[in-house]
Design a protein around this ligand. Structure first.
Ligand SMILES: [Fe+2]
Length: 315
């Protein structure tokens, strides 16, 4: 393996498995897993809509976000018409894309992701931040990455890599911030570290009470504790694909992409502190090894509401 190839593969378990299998064995294994998924039921071929609610005193009028993540070039219906139909049914006021729309291999296409993004912009404003696959794409296929971002912007997507943008949604002042961390934060078989200083260097100072309602798009939910300190009102993530295997009773992610079990948080909703929440999607696709157990693919709908006595404890 060349040193370039080694660098490309360091974030991919599938690539690691490839070291121990011939190409034919790897293809067969992948095919068997795809068949296993097929015969395991519809949830592995389709996706569900998971809904959450959050509340904040910064909100005057309720609004709806749809969260899309980890498409990995997967297509549901012609030009992802199935995703577009279901997103439309949710009537979102804003759509958040938490990264990994593509597969970060130099020879990967990006047409599917851009077409979906373009369709989404016709439903509501779309805000996107890179996942590790887009960051890998930039490192190893720079001209293609530049074309991808250019087409996303041309489609009307707000690409926010370590940038913030203020907007107004249903009369509420909203700030959307997109975080992109370096690839060194995605190394396998080692719990990556991240500090508040690192986050502030990337996206600026912590959110304050006087700031607009702040949504942080942060692909990797691993850094939950740092997000808690940064104090976005709502943080949205993906990356874990639901933890590959989830416990069938509580839906908790059981595997981390970093190779250890029982991660602190990988999917669902978690209260970070009063009125500060993180929601991580199980994503819409897979890459390399398409295995999911008790772990349907999903889009996520988040209803953001004003804080009232009724929802003070439940949201
Ligand atoms: Fe990822």
């Amino acid at each position: 393996m060349t040193s370039d190839a080694s660098r490309r593969s360091f974030t991919s378990t599938g690539q690691l498995i490839k070291l121990f299998l011939s190409d034919a064995e790897f293809r067969n294994t992948k095919e068997r897993l795809e068949n296993l998924n097929y015969y395991s039921g519809r949830e592995y071929l389709d996706f569900i809509v998971t809904r959450y609610e959050v509340a904040s005193r910064k909100i005057n009028t309720p609004f709806t976000c749809v969260l899309i993540s980890d498409l990995h070039n997967k297509c549901y219906g012609e030009d992802n018409g199935t995703i577009l139909d279901r997103v439309r049914e949710e009537s979102p006021d804003i759509i958040l894309c938490a990264g990994d729309l593509i597969v970060g291999q130099p020879d990967s296409p990006f047409k599917t992701a851009v077409k979906l993004a373009k369709g989404l912009t016709l439903i509501a404003p779309v805000y996107f931040a890179n996942g590790n696959h887009e960051t890998e794409y930039r490192r190893y296929a720079k001209p293609k990455y530049a074309a991808f971002v250019s087409k996303m912007r041309h489609a009307g997507v707000h690409v926010l890599n370590n940038r913030s943008q203020d907007t107004e949604i249903c009369g509420n002042k909203i700030r959307v911030t997109g975080l992109e961390v370096s690839l060194e934060k995605y190394i396998k078989f080692r719990k990556p570290d991240c500090s508040l200083e690192y986050l502030e260097h990337k996206i600026g100072p912590c959110t304050s009470e006087n700031d607009p309602y702040t949504i942080l798009i942060a692909h990797n939910p691993e850094f939950l504790d740092v997000y808690r300190q940064w104090k976005a009102d709502l943080t949205v993530s993906g990356h874990y694909h639901g933890g590959v295997v989830r416990d069938p009773f509580f839906g908790r992610a059981l595997l981390s992409p970093y190779g250890y079990v029982f991660p602190k948080f990988g999917v669902g909703k978690r209260t970070l502190s009063d009125e500060h929440f993180i929601i991580a999607s199980a994503g819409l696709g897979d890459h390399t090894i398409p295995l999911r157990i008790f772990n349907p693919r999903e889009i996520v709908t988040i209803k953001v509401k004003p804080l009232t006595d009724d929802n003070r404890t439940e949201a």
